[in-house]
Design a protein around this ligand. Structure first.
Ligand SMILES: Nc1ncnc2c1ncn2[C@@H]1O[C@H](COP(=O)(O)OP(=O)(O)OP(=O)(O)O)[C@@H](O)[C@H]1O
Length: 345
C-alpha cells in the first residue's frame, strides 16, 4: 500500500542558506507525525515542499501516490504558519467560504463548534483575538474532512485550554484515520500527539522515532538536582574544612551514585525512584542543608536539546561547571574539594 505521504532526498536553498539538506520521510495512514526543530531549521520549508506550495531544488514528494500539485485537493487540509484571510468576514463566513471551495464539505457550524468558536462565530475575523483567529484557521483546514492534514504550528497563540481542546480534536481525527503532519515548538504537544517525531536541525532530520524511543536514546538519565543552601555551605564551619555537600558527594559516590557539583548545586544522575530515599539519607547524614531537591525524568525536550547540540543541563538551568570525575569515587580529594569549596563559590 502506498503511504499517504513520502518524501525522498528533498533539498532547497535560498541563496547561501540551505533550508533543506536531503530530507527523506514517509508517513503512514492515520499516523500523526510531529516535526520539531529550532527556529530556522527548515520546518516551514519542508511543509511547503510537501504541500506543493514551494518547489524543492531536488528530491521527490508523493502525496497519495502522486506529486503534490496533482494530488486530490479534496483530500488535503493545510494550516499554514502564516495565514492571511480576508478580514472583513466573520469566523462563520470564513469557514463557509472555505467549505464552498470543495465539492463536499462539512457543516461550518459543526466545524466552528469543534474548534471552540461557536460563541464568536459572528465576529469579524479582524476583531477576533489572536487565539480565536488561529482556531478559525484550523477550522478552515478541517472543513473538507481531509485524509491528510498539514498543521504548521497549529496551537501558536492559543491559550492552554484551547490547546488541549485542539489536541483532543487532532487525536479524534487520527483515531478516525486522518493522517496528520504537524510542526510544533511545543515538546508537550509533540510528545502527546505524535506517533513519531522527526527532529529537523539545519535542514536535516537528525532523528526520527516514537517520542519514547527518542527520549530513551537521547534524553539522558534520571537525576536529582539539589539546590544547596549557600549559607550552610561554609567550609570554615566544618571540622575538616570542607563544606557539607563535599562530604555528601563523597558518600554518594562511594555508594556508586554519579555526582556532579556545580554552582550551588549537586546533581546526582541515574537515580531510580527506589534510590531517592538513599540519596536523601546521604544528604541528611552529611548535614547538607538544601533549598530544594528535584527528581526529574528525561523528556523530549532533553532529547531535543541533546540533539541540537545544547547541553541538557544548561537547558534546565543546571549549569554544571566541572566534569563529574572531579567529585566521583577515587577522584575525590583535592579536586572534589576545589569543585565544591573553592572553584564554584
Ligand atoms: N523565502 C525565503 N527566502 C529566503 N530565505 C528563506 C525563505 N524561506 C525560508 N528561508 C530561510 O530558510 C531557513 C529555514 O526557514 P524555515 O522558515 O523553513 O524554518 P522553520 O524551521 O520553519 O523556522 P521557525 O521555527 O522559525 O518557523 C531559514 O534560515 C530562513 O531564513
Amino acid at each position: 500500500m502506498t503511504e499517504p505521504l513520502v518524501a525522498e532526498d528533498l533539498r532547497k536553498s535560498y541563496g547561501d542558506t540551505t533550508a533543506l539538506d536531503g530530507v527523506s520521510l514517509s508517513v503512514g495512514e492515520g499516523e500523526v507525525f510531529g516535526l520539531i526543530g529550532p527556529n530556522g531549521a527548515g520546518k516551514t520549508t519542508l511543509v511547503r515542499s510537501l504541500t506543493g506550495t514551494t518547489e524543492p531544488d531536488s528530491g521527490t514528494v508523493s502525496v497519495f501516490g502522486t506529486d503534490p500539485q496533482s494530488a486530490d485537493r479534496q483530500r488535503l487540509g493545510l494550516l499554514p504558519q502564516a495565514f492571511d484571510p480576508p478580514e472583513r468576514l466573520t469566523a462563520r463566513e470564513l469557514v463557509a467560504y472555505y467549505a464552498g471551495l470543495y465539492d463536499e464539505a462539512r457543516d461550518p457550524d459543526t466545524v466552528l463548534a469543534e474548534v471552540g468558536l461557536d460563541a464568536a462565530d459572528d465576529t469579524w475575523y479582524e476583531n477576533l483575538s489572536g487565539g480565536q483567529q488561529r482556531r478559525t484557521c484550523v477550522g478552515t483546514a478541517l472543513v473538507n474532512d481531509p485524509d491528510l492534514l498539514f498543521l504548521d504550528e497549529p496551537t501558536t497563540g492559543i491559550d492552554p485550554a484551547g490547546r488541549r481542546a485542539l489536541w483532543t480534536l487532532v487525536e479524534d481525527l487520527a483515531d478516525r484515520g486522518t493522517t496528520v503532519f504537524l510542526t510544533t515548538h511545543s515538546m508537550e504537544e509533540a510528545e502527546r500527539l505524535a506517533d513519531r517525531v522527526g527532529l529537523l536541525a539545519d535542514g536535516e532530520l537528525a532523528a526520527v522515532g516514537p517520542p519514547s524511543d527518542l527520549v530513551a536514546e537521547y534524553g539522558g538519565r534520571t537525576r536529582i538536582v539539589v539546590e544547596l543552601d549557600a549559607d550552610a555551605e561554609s567550609p570554615a564551619d566544618s571540622a575538616d574544612g570542607r563544606p557539607p555537600s563535599a562530604r555528601a558527594a563523597d558518600a554518594l559516590a562511594a555508594a556508586d551514585f554519579e555526582v556532579e557539583a556545580a554552582e550551588g548545586r549537586l546533581v546526582v544522575t541515574g537515580v531510580l525512584p527506589e534510590d531517592i530515599g538513599a540519596v536523601v539519607a546521604a544528604l541528611n547524614d552529611g548535614g547538607v542543608a538544601y533549598d530544594s531537591l528535584t527528581w526529574t525524568e528525561p523528556d523530549l525536550e532533553d532529547a531535543f536539546l541533546q540533539l541540537t547540540g545544547e547541553s541538557v543541563a544548561a537547558g534546565e538551568g543546571v549549569a554544571l561547571g566541572r566534569p563529574a570525575d572531579a567529585v566521583r569515587g577515587e577522584d575525590t580529594g583535592d579536586d572534589g574539594e576545589t569543585a565544591l569549596a573553592g572553584g564554584d563559590r
